[in-house]
Design a protein around this ligand. Structure first.
Ligand code: PLP
Length: 417
């Protein structure tokens, strides 16, 4: 008997052409706002116009005192570390499982990224963090992977007990929260990316949040020299003499990007509510299928659903390799199903295995090896990621994806026999 599976010649479950998921949602209001900004001006040197509007809106949304827009999330992370005074020889604990830019700015500052393993949600394991603390540790950086907030209560207890700075990379998790408190507001400072597919998107961009005036002034000095520093650092402050040159880097966002993000922010909660509804349906449909495990958020925790992570369990499907399972689902038409590549345990990247090739003076940075962070590595090797749609009209497509999973799983023996 021939198999109904598309990979083996059967009819695919989904025939709709690509793309099945696009982000961010761009409306005629976005077009109008960008055109209006184009006419109003495309260079903004100080905290005025759309830059001030978006920073004010970010402060209001997160209930923090300061927001500084940057050219990227990587730049925001670099500024956070620099503004916290992190420098040569300082150890900063960062997740092994994260996007590499969470850690790479540390190499530029001569600091030492100390990797810590994850738990079975992909987020930092507090117990492993504790074991990595030494006399040289100055900070902990937490990434909220794929939009699910990390266990901030426990992590904050650890940083408080050891007098460490608590920093967040909330790039995946704009709008996510723990009992109503937004990610990016739990520590001393936070960095966000506004890059293309991020829950809050400008196309390209990023921002820093902090309640601390000193960190704020230093973020400005790091990447926003001259006008912003002259206008915003009080003339009586010790740092004011450096206002013109700052630290010499320029990390400003483009006003057109800020315009896009301002429009997106106004709808972020509606988008996330829509995603949450559809994610519930998808999880209900997938839960209980053999071969995959869904990750549930604890009570009171709201994910941004940057992605829905499914953990593949090959032992439940006759040992079928994940690549074969992925190929079978793609053949069924699940074109947006992804196996993340560059977002992986960062000890697997040549940069963290042999940093001295690109950073010759980084002798103190450990040369990490594959196999050192077993939970992160197993998590990554078995990860499949689905997009989470936000519109009611996308519900049939979301169900078509979950039906395709059920079909491939029901017929998995055709692929393993
Ligand atoms: C967790 C995380 N941190 C930082 C970044 C870097 O952001 P950007 O691409 O805006 O520089 C990304 C981008 O993908 C990310 O996923």
């Amino acid at each position: 008997m021939t198999s109904p599976l598309a990979l083996l010649g059967g009819a695919p479950a989904i025939t709709r052409p690509a793309p099945h998921f696009t982000w961010p949602p761009l409306t005629s209001a976005t077009h109008d706002a960008v055109l209006a900004q184009l006419r109003a001006g495309i260079s903004i040197y100080d905290r005025s116009g759309v830059i001030a509007e978006l920073e004010d809106a970010l402060c209001g949304y997160h209930r923090v005192r300061h927001a500084v827009l940057t050219s990227s999330g990587t730049a925001a992370l670099h500024s956070v570390y620099a503004a916290c005074g992190i420098g040569p020889g300082d150890e900063v604990i960062v997740p092994a499982y994260t996007f590499y830019a969470t850690a790479t700015p540390l190499l530029h500052l001569g600091a030492i990224p100390v990797l810590a393993d994850c738990d079975d949600t992909g987020n930092l394991d507090p117990a492993d963090v504790k074991q990595r603390i030494t006399a040289r540790t100055v900070a902990l950086m937490v990434t909220h992977m794929w939009g699910l907030p990390a266990d901030m209560d426990t992590l904050r207890e650890i940083t408080a007990a050891h007098d460490l700075l608590l920093l967040e990379d909330a790039s995946h998790a704009a709008g996510a929260s723990i009992t109503g408190r937004k990610t990016g507001t739990f520590g001393d400072a936070a960095a966000f990316s506004l890059n293309g597919p991020k829950p809050l998107s400008a196309g390209e961009g990023g921002f820093v949040l902090t309640d601390d005036d000193e960190i704020y002034y230093r973020v400005l000095l790091h990447g926003h020299y001259n006008k912003r520093c002259r206008n915003e650092i009080p003339a009586s402050h010790d740092l004011y003499p450096y206002a013109v040159t700052g630290m010499g880097l320029k990390f400003r966002i483009h006003p057109l990007a800020a315009t896009i993000a301002l429009g997106q922010l106004a709808h972020l909660d509606t988008y996330l509510e829509g995603r949450n509804r559809i994610a519930s349906r998808m999880r209900d449909a997938l839960r209980g299928l053999p071969g995959i495990t869904v990750i549930d958020a604890p009570d009171g925790v709201r994910s941004s659903w940057y992605g829905m992570i499914l953990r593949y369990q090959p032992d439940q499907l006759g040992g079928m390799p994940i690549g074969r399972f992925h190929d079978a689902l793609k053949a069924e038409g699940c074109l947006e199903l992804d196996r993340p590549g560059s977002t992986c345990p960062i000890n697997l990247h040549p940069l963290f295995q042999a940093p001295a090739v690109l950073f010759p003076r980084s002798a103190q940075v450990p040369a990490y090896k594959a196999g050192q962070f077993p939970r992160a590595e197993v998590f990554h090797a078995n990860t499949l990621k689905l997009p989470v749609w936000h519109r009611e009209e996308d519900i049939p497509l979301a169900h078509a994806y979950t039906d395709a999973f059920a079909k491939v799983i029901a017929h998995h023996s055709d692929l393993t026999g």
